[in-house]
Design a binder for this molecule. Structure first.
Ligand code: GLN
Length: 195
């Protein structure tokens, strides 16, 4: 599977590495035309306001919405999760408005700006190693969205059909099982028999 990583800003190389470890082919996506050649897209962590601005500037809002609405999988991590949400707490406008959820940015407060933990994730048999960096939280989801994991009572991983989102950075450890899950979603979407 060819998995694109949106390369406007943020942790791009790390996702490409994790995709490789998980058995896929990662490629940096800098132009909208490249979406035609990939089976799934990862929107990395970074700064959601900056990623949103650059997506608008380079025509990625419409292009990614079309890509996703055509049934292609999209996976947003941290800032990437923020840009996928239909609703953001506070004054900020949503960006891609793809996933039916409300997200709060920088939801852990200063004391816990960044930390690592083990998370139980539905579909992954032992706890996943996860790195949270000024992470957002999913405050509310519609019934179209499946909650895959919680951290201290708050939603941190969710899936809506072919859309996947995590509050944390799964690409900063050697635990690539969420990338494996995403590659599986890409296989299912392109009609390749799961192995
Ligand atoms: N705090 C960032 C934001 O609001 C997200 C941080 C991250 O992606 N690690 O965009």
């Amino acid at each position: 599977m060819n998995i694109g990583v949106l390369a406007l800003q943020g942790a791009v190389a790390e996702h490409i590495r994790s995709i490789g470890l998980a058995g896929g082919q990662g490629v940096a996506v800098k132009k909208t035309e490249q979406l035609a050649d990939i089976d799934g897209l990862i929107i990395p962590g970074g700064e959601s306001t900056t990623i949103g601005k650059l997506m608008r500037k380079y025509g990625f809002i419409e292009a990614i919405r079309d890509f996703a609405n055509g049934g292609n999988p999209v996976f947003g991590t941290c800032a990437g999760l923020i840009v996928m949400a239909k609703r953001l707490e506070g004054a900020e406008e949503p960006h891609l408005s793809l996933m039916d959820m409300t997200v709060a940015r920088n939801a852990f407060g200063r004391q816990r700006e960044s930390f690592e933990t083990n998370l139980d994730v539905k579909g992954i048999d032992t706890p996943l190693r996860a790195v949270f960096i000024r992470a957002p939280l999913i405050k509310e989801v519609s019934d179209r969205v499946e909650v895959l994991s919680m951290y201290k009572g708050e939603i941190v991983t969710a899936r809506q059909d072919h859309l996947l989102a995590s509050s944390y950075h799964p690409e900063l450890t050697d635990d690539y099982r969420l990338h494996e899950l995403f590659i599986q979603m890409a296989k299912e979407a392109s009609g390749v028999k799961a192995d």
